[in-house]
Design a protein around this ligand. Sequence first.
Ligand code: FBP
Length: 293
Amino acid sequence: MTKNIKEHLEGIDKELASLILKIGDISNTISNELPYRRGKADTKNVFGELQLVIDKWADQFLIDELKKSNLVKTLASEEQPDLVKLNDDGIFNVTVDPLDGSSNIESNNLVGTIIGIYKKDLPTQGKNQIAAMYILFGPVTTLIYTAQNGVHEFLQTKKGFVLREENIKLPEPGKLYSVGGLRKDWLPSFNKYVEELEMEGFKLRYGGSFVGDFNQILHYGGIFAYPALNTKPNGKLRLLFESNPMSFIIEQAGGASTNGNGSILEVEPENIDQRVPTYVGNKNLIEKLEKML
Ligand code: FBP
């Protein structure tokens, strides 16, 4: 009998299990609302990016539902300028990217929700996460989580989230490379690195949503990068909302992360909207990259 997520979470801390289940329920509502909440909102987020109606709605829905759960003390969101206080006696502090890759919605491509879970107050280093998860809204909806007990994937069905794959490890050798930014803006050393991957037969897979591209690397192996650029030395991705949770998951799956100098999880955040050059994938590919950069 296929385990459902509730049964699978019995092995971890009760409150943490309740929070992960709650976020799973929230994601069900978000996926149901995707067809209806369309178009651009007339506001911008802290990064100066025009927000979509669904970005704002998903953000506020996550805040309202996590407040009701009484489990979360503070929340940091990619769509909020500052930390949001939810419950004084909440246990966890949470980072959220309510709808990563939302610019893909108009073209009906992959989007998702990315979550980092901490006991320590935010902002803090990614290594202080006690759990991380993402929900991928694609041909099917899947939920991937780790609570430092391996990486596990669940499929959304009429009966709720059921186990699809347990203890996921990055396949060796990797097959894919997925790189953002314009090639003309890549650093020469990174250009050389990608040329060598191409010579070795790595296939390009880039869909413009970190959550979707990351999921390809998790299942087929390889490397995802939104690199340091000539024009943007810190790249594009947000340390707290995107790079820390995904680095936590990739390292739990036997892979590695780097900002070019070392694990992203060691980066000391200076502010909540900090960006970081992001490279995640198979350990050997990250080690080679660090030598070449
Ligand atoms: P948000 O949609 O959460 O702002 O995320 C940023 C993002 O869309 C990532 O998901 C993706 O990896 C990257 O930006 C795509 O950037 P680009 O359009 O430059 O390729």
